[in-house]
Design a protein around this ligand. Structure first.
Ligand code: IPM
Ligand code: MN
Length: 351
Protein backbone atom coordinates (compact mmCIF):
# COMPACT_ATOMS: atom_id res chain seq x y z
CA UNK A 1 0.00 0.00 0.00
CA UNK A 2 1.15 3.56 -0.68
CA UNK A 3 0.28 5.92 2.12
CA UNK A 4 0.55 9.69 2.32
CA UNK A 5 0.58 10.75 5.95
CA UNK A 6 0.42 14.35 7.15
CA UNK A 7 2.83 14.73 10.05
CA UNK A 8 1.92 17.35 12.62
CA UNK A 9 4.54 17.21 15.35
CA UNK A 10 3.35 20.30 17.22
CA UNK A 11 4.83 21.60 20.47
CA UNK A 12 6.78 20.47 23.53
CA UNK A 13 7.61 16.79 23.34
CA UNK A 14 5.50 16.45 20.17
CA UNK A 15 8.47 16.38 17.75
CA UNK A 16 10.39 13.82 19.86
CA UNK A 17 7.56 11.33 20.20
CA UNK A 18 6.51 11.79 16.57
CA UNK A 19 10.06 11.00 15.45
CA UNK A 20 9.84 7.63 17.22
CA UNK A 21 6.43 6.86 15.71
CA UNK A 22 7.81 7.62 12.25
CA UNK A 23 10.76 5.33 12.87
CA UNK A 24 8.56 2.46 14.03
CA UNK A 25 6.02 3.00 11.23
CA UNK A 26 8.81 2.95 8.66
CA UNK A 27 10.03 -0.33 10.13
CA UNK A 28 6.52 -1.77 9.82
CA UNK A 29 6.22 -0.48 6.24
CA UNK A 30 9.57 -2.06 5.32
CA UNK A 31 8.58 -5.39 6.85
CA UNK A 32 5.14 -5.58 5.20
CA UNK A 33 6.02 -3.93 1.87
CA UNK A 34 4.27 -0.57 2.18
CA UNK A 35 5.51 2.85 1.20
CA UNK A 36 4.86 5.81 3.44
CA UNK A 37 5.36 9.40 2.33
CA UNK A 38 5.50 11.65 5.37
CA UNK A 39 4.25 15.19 4.83
CA UNK A 40 5.31 17.49 7.70
CA UNK A 41 3.23 20.60 8.42
CA UNK A 42 3.12 23.27 11.11
CA UNK A 43 0.60 23.41 13.93
CA UNK A 44 0.15 24.80 17.46
CA UNK A 45 2.56 27.27 19.02
CA UNK A 46 5.14 26.41 16.37
CA UNK A 47 2.69 27.58 13.70
CA UNK A 48 1.74 30.71 15.66
CA UNK A 49 5.40 31.64 15.91
CA UNK A 50 6.05 30.97 12.23
CA UNK A 51 2.92 32.34 10.54
CA UNK A 52 0.72 33.87 13.27
CA UNK A 53 -1.95 31.19 13.55
CA UNK A 54 -2.17 27.68 15.00
CA UNK A 55 -3.80 25.85 12.06
CA UNK A 56 -2.79 27.69 8.89
CA UNK A 57 -4.51 27.02 5.55
CA UNK A 58 -1.28 25.52 4.23
CA UNK A 59 -1.43 22.89 6.98
CA UNK A 60 -5.10 22.20 6.29
CA UNK A 61 -4.24 21.67 2.63
CA UNK A 62 -1.59 19.07 3.56
CA UNK A 63 -4.00 17.25 5.92
CA UNK A 64 -6.97 17.32 3.56
CA UNK A 65 -4.94 15.80 0.72
CA UNK A 66 -3.33 13.04 2.82
CA UNK A 67 -4.64 9.57 3.67
CA UNK A 68 -4.35 10.21 7.41
CA UNK A 69 -2.84 12.62 9.91
CA UNK A 70 -0.38 11.66 12.64
CA UNK A 71 -0.35 14.28 15.35
CA UNK A 72 2.02 14.90 18.28
CA UNK A 73 0.81 17.41 20.86
CA UNK A 74 0.09 21.11 21.08
CA UNK A 75 0.15 23.84 23.69
CA UNK A 76 2.79 25.76 25.62
CA UNK A 77 2.49 27.38 29.07
CA UNK A 78 3.32 30.83 27.77
CA UNK A 79 -0.15 30.81 26.18
CA UNK A 80 -1.92 29.44 29.28
CA UNK A 81 -0.54 32.20 31.40
CA UNK A 82 -2.00 34.88 29.21
CA UNK A 83 -5.77 34.27 28.89
CA UNK A 84 -6.19 37.62 27.16
CA UNK A 85 -4.05 36.43 24.25
CA UNK A 86 -6.63 35.86 21.53
CA UNK A 87 -4.47 33.44 19.53
CA UNK A 88 -4.04 30.12 21.32
CA UNK A 89 -2.66 26.77 20.16
CA UNK A 90 -5.86 24.94 21.27
CA UNK A 91 -7.86 26.99 18.78
CA UNK A 92 -5.83 25.31 16.09
CA UNK A 93 -6.91 21.92 17.36
CA UNK A 94 -10.59 22.87 17.40
CA UNK A 95 -10.36 24.46 13.96
CA UNK A 96 -8.60 21.40 12.60
CA UNK A 97 -11.25 19.04 14.02
CA UNK A 98 -14.02 21.15 12.51
CA UNK A 99 -12.42 21.71 9.10
CA UNK A 100 -11.42 18.07 8.68
CA UNK A 101 -14.86 16.95 9.92
CA UNK A 102 -13.37 14.72 12.64
CA UNK A 103 -16.62 14.08 14.47
CA UNK A 104 -15.78 10.83 16.27
CA UNK A 105 -12.98 10.72 18.81
CA UNK A 106 -12.01 7.15 19.65
CA UNK A 107 -10.28 6.85 23.03
CA UNK A 108 -9.55 3.33 24.23
CA UNK A 109 -8.50 2.46 27.76
CA UNK A 110 -6.90 -0.90 28.30
CA UNK A 111 -4.52 -2.41 30.79
CA UNK A 112 -1.18 -4.08 30.22
CA UNK A 113 -0.62 -7.22 32.30
CA UNK A 114 2.90 -6.10 33.19
CA UNK A 115 1.65 -2.73 34.51
CA UNK A 116 -1.34 -3.69 36.64
CA UNK A 117 0.36 -2.46 39.79
CA UNK A 118 1.20 0.93 38.26
CA UNK A 119 -2.44 1.95 38.28
CA UNK A 120 -3.77 4.20 41.06
CA UNK A 121 -6.67 1.72 41.26
CA UNK A 122 -6.39 -1.70 42.86
CA UNK A 123 -5.44 -4.57 40.58
CA UNK A 124 -8.69 -6.47 41.09
CA UNK A 125 -10.66 -3.39 40.06
CA UNK A 126 -8.92 -2.93 36.74
CA UNK A 127 -7.88 -6.39 35.59
CA UNK A 128 -9.33 -7.07 32.16
CA UNK A 129 -10.32 -3.47 31.49
CA UNK A 130 -10.72 -2.91 27.77
CA UNK A 131 -13.15 -0.13 27.01
CA UNK A 132 -13.50 2.47 24.28
CA UNK A 133 -15.02 5.90 24.45
CA UNK A 134 -16.48 7.40 21.32
CA UNK A 135 -16.59 11.09 22.07
CA UNK A 136 -18.49 13.42 19.73
CA UNK A 137 -15.87 15.97 18.69
CA UNK A 138 -17.28 18.72 16.48
CA UNK A 139 -20.50 19.77 18.21
CA UNK A 140 -22.04 20.56 21.57
CA UNK A 141 -20.93 23.27 23.94
CA UNK A 142 -17.47 23.51 22.36
CA UNK A 143 -18.90 24.86 19.13
CA UNK A 144 -22.21 26.52 20.15
CA UNK A 145 -22.68 30.26 20.28
CA UNK A 146 -20.70 31.78 23.12
CA UNK A 147 -20.26 35.26 24.43
CA UNK A 148 -20.85 37.89 27.05
CA UNK A 149 -23.70 40.22 27.78
CA UNK A 150 -24.71 42.72 30.46
CA UNK A 151 -21.52 44.64 29.86
CA UNK A 152 -19.44 41.50 30.35
CA UNK A 153 -21.07 40.49 33.64
CA UNK A 154 -22.89 37.48 32.14
CA UNK A 155 -21.26 34.78 30.04
CA UNK A 156 -22.87 31.97 28.05
CA UNK A 157 -21.87 28.87 26.05
CA UNK A 158 -24.70 27.20 24.16
CA UNK A 159 -24.85 23.44 23.84
CA UNK A 160 -26.48 22.46 20.55
CA UNK A 161 -26.87 19.06 18.88
CA UNK A 162 -28.76 17.99 15.79
CA UNK A 163 -30.26 14.52 15.38
CA UNK A 164 -27.93 13.97 12.41
CA UNK A 165 -24.86 14.60 14.56
CA UNK A 166 -26.05 12.10 17.13
CA UNK A 167 -26.87 9.49 14.49
CA UNK A 168 -23.47 9.54 12.80
CA UNK A 169 -21.64 9.21 16.11
CA UNK A 170 -23.99 6.54 17.49
CA UNK A 171 -23.70 4.58 14.23
CA UNK A 172 -19.96 4.33 14.77
CA UNK A 173 -20.65 3.22 18.34
CA UNK A 174 -23.03 0.47 17.30
CA UNK A 175 -20.64 -0.69 14.57
CA UNK A 176 -17.72 -0.77 16.98
CA UNK A 177 -19.78 -2.65 19.56
CA UNK A 178 -20.62 -5.26 16.90
CA UNK A 179 -16.88 -5.99 16.49
CA UNK A 180 -16.40 -6.30 20.26
CA UNK A 181 -18.59 -7.64 23.07
CA UNK A 182 -21.78 -6.08 21.63
CA UNK A 183 -22.39 -3.83 24.61
CA UNK A 184 -22.97 -0.11 24.16
CA UNK A 185 -23.45 2.48 26.88
CA UNK A 186 -24.98 5.83 26.00
CA UNK A 187 -23.71 8.41 28.50
CA UNK A 188 -25.89 11.48 28.96
CA UNK A 189 -27.64 13.74 31.45
CA UNK A 190 -31.15 13.09 30.18
CA UNK A 191 -32.68 13.87 33.59
CA UNK A 192 -31.72 17.51 33.09
CA UNK A 193 -30.55 18.45 29.59
CA UNK A 194 -32.62 18.70 26.43
CA UNK A 195 -29.62 17.84 24.23
CA UNK A 196 -29.21 14.66 26.29
CA UNK A 197 -32.87 13.78 25.76
CA UNK A 198 -32.30 14.13 22.00
CA UNK A 199 -29.25 11.85 22.30
CA UNK A 200 -31.13 9.21 24.25
CA UNK A 201 -34.21 9.23 22.04
CA UNK A 202 -32.05 9.04 18.90
CA UNK A 203 -29.96 6.14 20.16
CA UNK A 204 -33.12 4.35 21.31
CA UNK A 205 -34.57 4.70 17.81
CA UNK A 206 -31.44 3.08 16.34
CA UNK A 207 -31.52 0.02 18.58
CA UNK A 208 -33.78 -1.91 16.18
CA UNK A 209 -31.10 -1.70 13.46
CA UNK A 210 -28.60 -3.49 15.72
CA UNK A 211 -30.70 -6.15 17.47
CA UNK A 212 -27.59 -7.96 18.74
CA UNK A 213 -26.22 -4.95 20.60
CA UNK A 214 -27.26 -4.59 24.20
CA UNK A 215 -27.64 -0.87 24.92
CA UNK A 216 -27.61 0.74 28.35
CA UNK A 217 -28.30 4.37 29.20
CA UNK A 218 -26.39 5.86 32.09
CA UNK A 219 -26.17 9.34 33.52
CA UNK A 220 -22.78 10.96 33.22
CA UNK A 221 -22.32 11.49 36.96
CA UNK A 222 -22.98 7.81 37.63
CA UNK A 223 -20.54 6.82 34.88
CA UNK A 224 -17.85 9.03 36.43
CA UNK A 225 -18.26 6.95 39.57
CA UNK A 226 -18.48 3.47 38.04
CA UNK A 227 -15.51 4.21 35.81
CA UNK A 228 -13.21 4.15 38.84
CA UNK A 229 -15.15 1.46 40.69
CA UNK A 230 -15.51 -1.18 37.96
CA UNK A 231 -13.92 0.03 34.74
CA UNK A 232 -13.85 -3.53 33.49
CA UNK A 233 -17.66 -3.57 33.41
CA UNK A 234 -17.71 -1.27 30.34
CA UNK A 235 -17.13 -1.97 26.67
CA UNK A 236 -18.11 0.79 24.18
CA UNK A 237 -19.33 4.13 25.53
CA UNK A 238 -20.72 6.93 23.39
CA UNK A 239 -21.10 10.48 24.59
CA UNK A 240 -21.18 14.15 23.70
CA UNK A 241 -18.18 16.43 23.43
CA UNK A 242 -17.72 17.89 26.94
CA UNK A 243 -18.73 14.77 28.87
CA UNK A 244 -16.30 12.83 26.67
CA UNK A 245 -13.50 15.28 27.31
CA UNK A 246 -13.84 14.88 31.06
CA UNK A 247 -14.50 11.14 31.25
CA UNK A 248 -11.66 10.21 28.90
CA UNK A 249 -9.14 12.04 31.08
CA UNK A 250 -10.53 10.14 34.04
CA UNK A 251 -10.27 6.85 32.15
CA UNK A 252 -6.75 7.58 30.94
CA UNK A 253 -5.20 7.10 34.37
CA UNK A 254 -6.57 3.58 34.78
CA UNK A 255 -3.83 1.92 32.73
CA UNK A 256 -1.12 3.36 34.95
CA UNK A 257 0.48 5.81 32.55
CA UNK A 258 -0.99 8.50 30.37
CA UNK A 259 2.09 7.98 28.23
CA UNK A 260 0.60 4.78 26.85
CA UNK A 261 -2.85 5.65 25.61
CA UNK A 262 -3.44 6.32 21.90
CA UNK A 263 -6.46 7.86 20.20
CA UNK A 264 -8.06 8.40 16.82
CA UNK A 265 -10.39 11.07 15.50
CA UNK A 266 -12.45 9.93 12.57
CA UNK A 267 -14.38 11.84 9.96
CA UNK A 268 -16.14 10.89 6.77
CA UNK A 269 -12.97 11.19 4.66
CA UNK A 270 -9.93 11.35 6.87
CA UNK A 271 -8.78 10.25 10.30
CA UNK A 272 -6.24 11.69 12.69
CA UNK A 273 -4.19 9.71 15.19
CA UNK A 274 -2.61 11.17 18.31
CA UNK A 275 -1.50 10.27 21.83
CA UNK A 276 -3.96 11.40 24.47
CA UNK A 277 -1.27 13.12 26.52
CA UNK A 278 -0.38 16.76 26.11
CA UNK A 279 2.81 18.54 25.11
CA UNK A 280 4.58 18.04 28.50
CA UNK A 281 6.65 21.21 28.00
CA UNK A 282 8.92 20.60 31.04
CA UNK A 283 10.30 17.51 29.31
CA UNK A 284 10.98 19.12 25.95
CA UNK A 285 14.30 18.07 24.49
CA UNK A 286 15.26 15.95 27.51
CA UNK A 287 14.74 12.60 25.76
CA UNK A 288 12.58 11.35 28.66
CA UNK A 289 9.04 11.44 27.25
CA UNK A 290 7.31 8.10 26.71
CA UNK A 291 6.82 7.64 22.95
CA UNK A 292 4.57 4.59 23.29
CA UNK A 293 1.22 6.41 23.13
CA UNK A 294 2.20 7.98 19.82
CA UNK A 295 3.58 4.68 18.55
CA UNK A 296 0.32 2.92 19.52
CA UNK A 297 -1.55 5.72 17.74
CA UNK A 298 0.39 4.73 14.62
CA UNK A 299 -0.82 1.15 15.25
CA UNK A 300 -4.40 2.45 15.25
CA UNK A 301 -3.63 4.24 11.99
CA UNK A 302 -2.47 1.02 10.29
CA UNK A 303 -5.51 -0.83 11.61
CA UNK A 304 -7.79 1.89 10.27
CA UNK A 305 -6.35 1.23 6.80
CA UNK A 306 -7.38 -2.39 7.30
CA UNK A 307 -3.77 -3.38 8.01
CA UNK A 308 -4.48 -5.45 11.11
CA UNK A 309 -1.24 -7.46 11.06
CA UNK A 310 0.81 -4.28 10.89
CA UNK A 311 -1.03 -2.84 13.89
CA UNK A 312 -0.58 -6.09 15.75
CA UNK A 313 3.17 -6.07 15.05
CA UNK A 314 3.45 -2.70 16.78
CA UNK A 315 1.26 -3.76 19.72
CA UNK A 316 3.32 -6.92 20.20
CA UNK A 317 6.59 -4.99 20.12
CA UNK A 318 5.25 -2.55 22.74
CA UNK A 319 4.09 -5.42 24.97
CA UNK A 320 7.51 -7.04 24.68
CA UNK A 321 9.28 -3.79 25.52
CA UNK A 322 7.10 -3.36 28.60
CA UNK A 323 7.79 -6.90 29.71
CA UNK A 324 11.52 -6.56 29.18
CA UNK A 325 11.67 -3.20 30.91
CA UNK A 326 12.63 -1.18 27.83
CA UNK A 327 10.73 1.79 29.17
CA UNK A 328 11.07 5.51 29.82
CA UNK A 329 11.41 6.78 33.37
CA UNK A 330 7.63 7.20 33.93
CA UNK A 331 7.37 3.38 33.93
CA UNK A 332 10.74 2.44 35.39
CA UNK A 333 9.78 2.42 39.11
CA UNK A 334 13.07 4.09 39.89
CA UNK A 335 14.94 1.26 38.14
CA UNK A 336 16.78 1.36 34.86
CA UNK A 337 15.12 3.54 32.26
CA UNK A 338 15.73 4.28 28.61
CA UNK A 339 15.48 7.49 26.61
CA UNK A 340 12.63 8.39 24.26
CA UNK A 341 14.89 7.72 21.30
CA UNK A 342 16.25 4.43 22.68
CA UNK A 343 12.74 3.08 23.26
CA UNK A 344 11.87 4.08 19.67
CA UNK A 345 15.03 2.40 18.33
CA UNK A 346 14.33 -0.82 20.25
CA UNK A 347 10.76 -0.99 18.97
CA UNK A 348 11.81 -0.32 15.38
CA UNK A 349 14.40 -3.09 15.53
CA UNK A 350 11.99 -5.51 17.22
CA UNK A 351 9.08 -5.13 14.80
C1 IPM B 1 -8.51 17.08 24.36
C2 IPM B 1 -8.09 18.41 24.88
C3 IPM B 1 -8.78 19.49 24.05
C4 IPM B 1 -10.26 19.32 24.24
C5 IPM B 1 -8.34 20.93 24.38
C6 IPM B 1 -6.85 21.11 24.31
C7 IPM B 1 -9.05 21.93 23.50
O1 IPM B 1 -8.35 18.56 26.22
O2 IPM B 1 -8.20 16.74 23.21
O3 IPM B 1 -9.17 16.34 25.11
O4 IPM B 1 -10.83 19.84 25.22
O5 IPM B 1 -10.89 18.70 23.38
MN1 MN C 1 -9.24 16.80 27.14
Amino acid sequence: MELKIALLAGDGIGPEVIEQAVKVSDAVAAKFGHEITWRPALTGAAAIDAVGEPYPDSTHEVCATSDAVLFGAIGLPRFDNDPSNPVRPEQGLLKMRKKLGLFANVRPTFTFPSLLDKSPLKRERIEGTDLVFLRELTGGIYFGEKGRKDGGETAFDNCVYTREEVIRLAKKGFELAMTRSKRLCCVDKANVLETSRLWRETVQSMEKDYPEVEVSYELVDAVAMRLVQWPNSYDVLITENLFGDILTDEASVISGSMGLMPSASMGADIALFEPIHGSYPQATGLNIANPMATILSAAMMFENFGLQEEGKAIRNAVNNALEEGIVTEDLANGGKSYGTKEVGDWLAVNI
